[in-house]
Design a protein around this ligand. Sequence first.
Ligand SMILES: [Zn+2]
Length: 500
Amino acid sequence: MAAARNDGWMVKIGLEIHCQLTGLKSKLFCQCSSDYRGMEPNANTCPVCAGLPGTLPLLNEKAVELAGMISLAFGCKIPDRIMFYRKNYFYPDLPKDFQITQYNAYGVSSIGAEGKLEYIPGAGSGADTGGKTARIRRVQLEEDPGRLVYETGSMESSPFALIDYNRAGMPLVEIVTEPDFIDPRDVRIFLNKITSIVEHLGACDTSLEGSVRCDANVSVRGGNRVEIKNVSSFKEVEKALTYEIARQKAKSDREIQVRSETRHWDDARKVTKESRTKEEEQDYRYFPEPDIPSIALGQEFLSAIQSLTPELPDDRKARFVSSYGLSPHVAQVLIDNKQLADFFESCAKINRSPKEIANLIVTDLMGLVGDDKKDSGAIFAGLKIRPAHIAELAGLVDRGVINRNTAKQILGQIVKTGEMPSEVANKTGASMIQDADSLSKAVQEVFRSEQAAVQDAKKNPNASNFLLGKVMQLTKGRASPKAALELINKKLKEEQARPD
Ligand SMILES: [Zn+2]
């Protein structure tokens, strides 16, 4: 695995992340709804977002506020004045033939510039050396284009393309990093962190399809940069980058120059494919948007967005560690997904045993959630679980009514049926065997049926685990393992004292 890392290959990865501001009610320059998903094609349009001649854009003030909050959260500088620019290119999804965006030129920057964000790399990629930092080049506010729909799902095989402008003009924040990543796994962790931040800010519901999109550029050994587009999820971004690094290394090994180009990730075949030669920045002929005046932000704006900013994931993690006594790792898993962190706090309000609750959520509940759901952020979709369930379940474990193994089984039932844990426990007789008599009977029975193992365990104390396994099997997992093992060891001592 280590060979896949940076080892002299000078891997450089930079990211462009697009986040739709779904937390807003309307589009960036008109009053059309931002909630366009599920609508009839082209039902959510007006003359402004359809780009009809003679219309004028009116900037959504809340979008500037949210973009400012995002910039602050990424440690960016916020300029005193911002401007919008026209980025000119022809593509059917762009009704005006230009996109209103921001650009760093003429001494005016986009709403955020020169920030940085720390993240904790995953196991095996330098976790022991602490956090890593990625520099943020800029954060900019712009409009989303429309959407091209292909009948067969692919441009190559469809006889025609359909255009849906419902999305055109959606407020979008683009976050551009410096090429500071060397490991595709770090990229995925970083993207999760970005997601959690915009969720905490209430800027973006990242579980909505296509609300967060990531393009990545990558080069090896100072060669040409390749941009990868069309990647559907963060897991696929990691795979696409891993593939692309290997492709570029192979070229470099054979002394073939890597071409500067845009490649698309083919989800089905798991390869990147050449798509078109990339436009250079000068091809876009940026110029200031004449229909939107430059906007002075100033200290008042800064104070306002500072006061609007809620608790962010890093601070929340620190609070989870200090007030609930969670380990930094468990706290990290919880805050990586705002829904999960909120769910944990709702449970902890009902039942004050935060460690057991966190344990049930992070280990057992997450074990029941598929990878695709974890990746999409919609963890609770289709699960009939409420905070009251986990709170009661944690209480049953705490009071010793059921053991953790049983709790896990009950949880598997709850997520499907929505029953309360105590109901499930009563119905299935899952409560832990409390009285010493029944436990002792079970141990005696195992000693009778497993004579060979008993003889073994008298010589080799490690073998008593086998007997414990048999007791757990006999009691259908309802014995307290600790109490059972004590009984087994006590009985073994008695047998040892007795001559064979
Ligand atoms: Zn509109």
